[in-house]
Design a protein. Structure first.
Length: 362
């Protein structure tokens, strides 16, 4: 009887495990379908409405010249930029929360976004990497995206290393690291403001417009660079998902299983910093995506890193694409910067998540 009881208990546990896995897989598949739907919807809607039939013809290379130009030269680069930026920010936030074992960790709250913005602003104002165009579509152009990206990455490294030093040398608590991130963000924004004060009118107009956070100013070349960095970062974090799951149990548990915690934490923060820097350098400051998306995913499918990281990518891409589509259409033909919309939506949503979820993730 005891053996039968143990067998029944094991079957029940196995059944619950299978249900949990099926729920997570269903969640991921649902967002894959949702993301594809949003791509089609975003191609169709805008200041110029394009019927779905004409979109299909354009994708097959059989549409008119005007529709082809709108889709391939304007909308598709913007759509893919929003997806890649959303994925990059979301996976960076999810990785930082696991690396630091801090549910408030994200590129935005830890000051990394502000540090990258300072670096990019330095490249635009001091190194002359940006110019002002004559229309809203070319209002800001990056003459050398590589200089801007390297400068933004350098700024993000400073913030990243300060946080790592606090965690390693001072055994800082999660609250201390968040406060340090707030202080670093204020410091870099002060430097950014100082550069604005001494900038010329042209430089000032360029950098102010750039910081709004917009997915519509990238070219296919810029998008290729973003994909070239974000995709390997997503692959890296996905392959390290088991290590991050072990780290959630504590550094000592991870070390006992042969994981080099210090190296894993350092490389993870560097990769997350690079993805954040690249996104900020091309799209400006887009807040709350890296903070809110991992929380949403955790509340729905749990904290298993093997599913959390790819699911965060999909949700981040879908969320930013939906926000960008709304920004283009809510008061069309005026196009709002998507960074404004994500801040308006992200702040109250995060407060709601905090009020609903009192329990600790770790």
């Amino acid at each position: 009887m005891a053996v039968n009881g143990a067998g029944s208990a094991n079957k029940a546990v196995l059944e619950r495990y299978r249900e949990s896995i099926n729920k997570k897989v269903l969640f991921i598949v649902t967002f894959v379908v949702l993301l594809l739907f949003l791509v089609i919807l975003s191609i169709c809607v805008g200041a110029v409405h394009i019927p779905i039939g004409e979109v299909i013809l354009a994708l097959l290379g059989k549409s008119g010249e005007i529709s082809h130009s709108i889709i391939y030269d304007i909308r598709l680069p913007r759509i893919f930029t929003a997806i890649v930026a959303g994925m990059g920010l979301a996976v960076a936030g999810a990785a930082m929360q696991s690396i630091l074992r801090n549910p408030l960790g994200s590129p935005f709250t830890l000051g990394i976004s502000h540090a990258a913005a300072f670096g990019a602003a330095f490249a635009v104002i001091v190194l002359g990497a940006g110019t002002v165009g004559s229309t809203t579509t070319d209002a800001v152009m990056l003459n050398n995206p590589y200089i801007v990206t390297i400068s933004a990455f350098a700024g993000s490294l400073i913030s990243t290393f300060v946080i790592l030093l606090l965690a390693k040398l001072k055994s800082a608590t999660p609250e201390t690291m968040i406060l340090a991130g707030v202080a670093l963000g204020s410091l870099f924004m002060a430097g950014y403001t100082a550069m604005q004060y001494f900038a010329t009118d042209t430089e000032l107009a360029t950098i102010v417009f750039w910081t709004f956070g917009d997915a519509g100013r990238t070219t296919w070349r810029d998008l290729g660079l973003m994909v070239g960095v974000t995709a390997p970062a997503v692959v890296y974090f996905t392959r390290k998902s088991w290590d991050y799951s072990v780290m959630d149990a504590g550094d000592e548990s991870a070390k006992s299983l042969g994981i080099n915690v210090g190296r894993l934490r350092l490389i993870g923060m560097l990769v997350a910093g690079l993805v954040t820097a690249l996104t900020v350098s091309f799209c400006g400051i887009i807040g709350f995506v890296g903070l809110v998306v991992p929380h949403i995913v955790r509340k729905i499918i749990g904290g298993d890193e093997k599913f959390l990281i790819p699911a965060s990518c999909l949700v981040g891409g879908a969320l930013l694409l939906a926000a960008d589509t709304a920004a283009r259409t809510v008061i069309a033909p005026i196009v709002l910067p998507v960074g404004i919309l994500t801040s308006f939506l992200g702040a109250p949503l995060f407060i709601y998540l905090v009020l609903r979820g009192r329990r600790e993730y770790w």
